[in-house]
Design a protein around this ligand. Structure first.
Ligand SMILES: [Zn+2]
Length: 146
């Protein structure tokens, strides 16, 4: 891979990748690569990590626009909206968020998943394995009062 400007290294550098690991960084690599990507002077950075997301409640603003923009409004209206959540609905919204995140360089996520009397285990069922094989993620479950 012909990449430029790895952090802390001025100028253009070549980066050799084997599997999912960087194996060599040099101004010019002496051996030919099986596949080459010309990064055209762009910055090389590690994959982004989203350490706090709620995939089960993502992309619902179009269902109830925040009128007050307050935390209490968000809690109240999210609780109302959760009553219409289904496993398919949660999966579809989560998939859209994951695809967008990947497109912008995110390689790992830590999502919170609510378990409560309103959604029961639907969010867990929806997200269990949804992101597996696509993006590294962990799910943290917490219980919320309804
Ligand atoms: Zn949160």
């Amino acid at each position: 891979m012909s990449i430029t400007r790895p952090p802390g290294r001025p100028g253009r550098w070549d980066v050799s990748i084997t599997g999912d690991r960087i194996t060599e960084v040099a101004p010019t690599l002496p051996h030919p690569a099986a596949q080459t990507l010309d990064a055209q002077g762009n910055l090389l950075i590690p994959g982004l990590v989203d350490g706090h997301i709620h995939l089960d409640k993502a992309l619902i603003l179009d269902r109830y626009p925040a009128l007050d923009g307050t935390f209490n409004e968000a809690l109240r209206e999210t609780l109302n909206l959760k009553q219409s959540f289904t496993v398919d609905d949660i999966q579809n919204r989560a998939k859209q968020v994951i695809e967008r995140a990947i497109a912008f360089g995110t390689t790992a996520m830590r999502t919170h998943v609510e378990v409560d009397p309103t959604v029961g285990l639907d969010a867990m069922k929806a997200l269990d394995g949804e992101a597996a094989g696509v993006i590294g993620y962990t799910a943290e479950t917490f219980q919320t009062p309804s």
